[in-house]
Design a protein around this ligand. Structure first.
Ligand SMILES: [Zn+2]
Ligand SMILES: [Zn+2]
Length: 323
């Protein structure tokens, strides 16, 4: 009897709590979350514990537009206006490869961003499908640049591509290696062009498990760097020297258990200390953190901020305007 009661009590309480979670997740993940939540309801307690701090973090930043002016303070950036004729960066996914129960929640929100200038759009990585809903940007995509073919960077490449084709657009995909979708093969090139529309493109090979490129995009006098996945190395900072914005992966807030520092993940990804080194040496106007493998982008930002103030973290839907 006691057992039964205990079981009932647990179910009732957790489902009320979980009901609250569902509402919040809807705001952020838009589709599929109800189904995913129902499927996972046996692990409610665990999910609630993990999701709630996550939501608190993202409530602060969701749907913000930041405006980067050469001599702006961070307050000015946050309060700035949306100027459509400026160079813009929009983020559609900000997570890296996930471990554990959250994976299926966030697969649609893996790393992806667009650089936009007037009618020209360059999509960087394709981890998320959300760009398809942003018609203003989606309809103008000229090319897709992939940093490397780990799943978190190409998870929605086929979906994005298929939707573009529905609109009658056959865009070219550029990547350091062939992508694992046979039906895209003819559209993929491993020769990265120097120029696509208004964008001048340079790249450097990073320190990662497979061939991966960091990109430097020059457009309308602005310089935007994107690290792809990498450990810190000096040439990367030289490559990005004095960029307006460096978008850096921020995978390693803490040393994960079971990781060997010499051989393991620290040789392939960025920690707050690596980002600080990169920021200090490259001296960009702004560092944007993305590609999180934990639920604490805010903590990552705080850790970097102690030594390099001009840092923000990206969230899904964030739009950054560079003036
Ligand atoms: Zn990755
Ligand atoms: Zn990777």
């Amino acid at each position: 009897m006691y057992r039964k009661f205990k079981k009932f009590g647990l179910v009732a309480v957790t489902s009320i709590m979980f009901g609250g979670c569902i509402k919040h997740i809807d705001l952020y993940l838009k589709n599929d979350c109800r189904m995913a939540c129902k499927k996972k309801n046996k692990k409610e307690g665990l999910l609630r514990k993990i999701i709630n701090p996550f939501l608190e973090i993202f409530d602060d930043y969701e749907k913000r537009t930041l405006y980067l002016k050469s001599d702006s303070t961070l307050e000015e950036l946050v309060n700035g206006k949306n100027y459509r004729d400026k160079v813009r960066i929009k983020f559609y996914g900000t997570f890296g490869g996930f471990i554990g129960p959250l994976r299926e929640y966030f697969l649609k929100d893996l790393v992806e961003m667009a650089i936009i200038y007037k009618d020209d759009v360059l999509l960087l990585d394709a981890g998320s499908i959300d760009v398809v809903c942003d018609r203003e940007v989606f309809n103008e995509i000229d090319a897709i640049l992939i940093s490397h073919t780990h799943f978190d960077h190409i998870w929605h490449l086929y979906g994005v591509y298929k939707n573009l084709r529905k609109e009658g657009k056959e865009v070219k995909i550029y990547s350091p290696q062939k992508v694992p979708f046979w039906n895209l093969a003819k559209n993929v090139s491993t020769n990265i062009p120097k120029k696509i529309k208004s964008f001048e493109i340079e790249y450097i090979e990073t320190k990662h498990d497979i061939k991966c490129y960091a990109y430097k995009i020059k457009v309308n006098g602005k310089v935007i760097g994107y690290t792809g996945d990498t450990a810190y190395f000096e040439e990367l900072a030289d490559f990005f020297k004095d960029a307006d914005v460096i978008i850096t992966e921020a995978s390693l807030l803490e040393k994960p258990r079971h990781i060997d520092e010499k051989m393991g993940i620290f040789n392939r990804h960025m920690s707050p200390q690596s980002v600080i080194k990169l920021a200090k040496k490259a001296n960009p106007k702004l560092i944007v953190l993305t590609h999180f493998n934990n639920l604490s982008p805010k903590k990552f930002k705080k850790a970097v901020e102690k030594e390099f103030e001009r840092v923000i973290y990206a969230t899904n839907g964030l739009e950054l305007i560079i003036d």
